[in-house]
Design a protein around this ligand. Structure first.
Ligand code: TXA
Ligand code: MG
Length: 341
């Protein structure tokens, strides 16, 4: 069922849609919901049964933990052993696209399955009012993995959600396209130095400015994740191997067509000639616009009868303060292009 709601819900119809969605969550059902980043697959984070349904609906490996979504910073910080660094970052970036991995509090009510039985919990407070209104109305924190089948492209519209999960969820709360378009920045605060596990719209420079350089781990030392041997506890299990993958093969840094190969090009700025089809991430190379459009265009590219998807180089213009956002796109595109199992 599709429940329409405004990004900033105020009307009586919005209220009804949110209350209907919240009632489904309280009943242990799955409700996809909009956030500023991507649509999430929502369920009661305190219910083992509801969380198990989320893993089943996504086809997600049980050892890949979920993000707990809170309606406000207080609800977000109470499930974890939050330190001063977490409080500073929450004050600056919550609500917003920052997920903090912290040591889990022993007495928190979060279902063990949500953290994959691990000692840490990932928490965020989404910025979209509709998302926070839903969590507040449900009265419980909600898990919210991206509302796609595991390994597929994340959804930035309710139609994307239904394309992947129709028949597996009770409803989707539809607030239109997501304004950021790539998933939240994930940082690990469980160690002495903060480590960026997944780049996003809260950039490393923003974190460094907030904390001082000494609090952030040097990405050069230990930035690489251990090999996925299926056994070791992984710092962030969701960040391995192929991911965010469309149906077609993806080729990066494409500056010209390959002979004998028909490709749809995702262009960033003026497109080189000769490609079978061109989809524009951002005609005047604006990082935020490209982030907003990336996943919709990857899904659209799958609709073309071609040999593959080519992606133009995402060149940072030195003067652009948003240039660092391209690190998040490069990260997702690298995984989309990674060899598939
Ligand atoms: O923007 C977002 O974060 C979206 C929206 C819906 O909020 N959600 C999202 O969830 O991207 P998901 O499940 O698709 O990605 C969560 C990532 C995964 O890579 C997971 O491995 C990692 O966060 N993660 C979750 N809990 C963790 C933990 N305790 N330690 C390390 N990594 C964790
Ligand atoms: Mg995901």
């Amino acid at each position: 069922r599709r429940l329409k709601v405004a990004v900033d819900p105020v009307s009586a119809e919005d209220r009804r849609a949110i209350d209907d969605a919240a009632a489904l969550v309280v009943a242990g059902r799955l409700v996809a919901f909009p956030t500023e980043t991507v649509y999430g697959l929502g369920a009661d984070a305190t219910s083992d049964a509801a969380v198990a349904r989320v893993y089943a609906a996504k086809g997600r490996p049980a050892r890949n933990p979920l993000i707990v979504h809170a309606s406000d910073p207080e609800q977000g910080l109470i499930v974890a052993r939050a330190d001063d660094r977490a409080r500073v970052l929450a004050g600056l970036f919550w609500p917003g696209p920052l997920t903090m991995v912290m040591k889990r509090r022993a007495d928190c009510r979060i279902a063990d399955a949500a953290t994959a039985g691990g000692p840490t919990v990932a928490v965020r407070v989404p910025a979209l009012s509709a998302a926070r209104a839903l969590i507040r109305a449900a009265g419980v924190p909600m898990v919210g993995p991206s509302a796609n089948r595991s390994g597929h492209v994340s959804p930035t519209t309710a139609d994307h959600v239904l394309a992947d999960l129709d028949g597996r969820i009770a409803a989707v709360l539809d607030a239109g396209p997501c304004p950021v378009g790539v998933e939240s920045t994930v940082i690990d605060l469980s160690g002495p130095r903060i480590r960026v596990l997944r780049p996003g719209a809260i950039t490393t420079s923003m974190l460094r400015a907030a904390l001082g350089a000494d609090d952030l781990a040097d990405p050069a030392d230990g930035g690489d994740l251990p090999a996925d041997d299926g056994l070791s506890a992984l710092p962030s299990p969701g960040m391995l191997g192929s991911h965010y993958a469309p149906g077609h093969a993806v080729r990066l840094d494409a500056t010209a067509p390959l002979p004998g190969r028909r490709e749809v090009l995702l262009a960033y700025g003026p497109p080189p000639p000769g490609f079978a089809h061109v989809l524009q991430l951002s005609a005047d190379a604006r990082p935020r616009e490209a982030a907003r459009r990336l996943y919709a265009l990857l899904r659209a590219a799958d609709g073309f009868d071609v040999d593959g998807i080519a992606v133009a180089p995402l060149q940072v213009s030195p003067a652009d303060p948003d240039g660092e956002i391209l690190a998040a796109l490069a990260d997702r595109l690298g995984r989309a292009a990674a060899p598939r199992d």
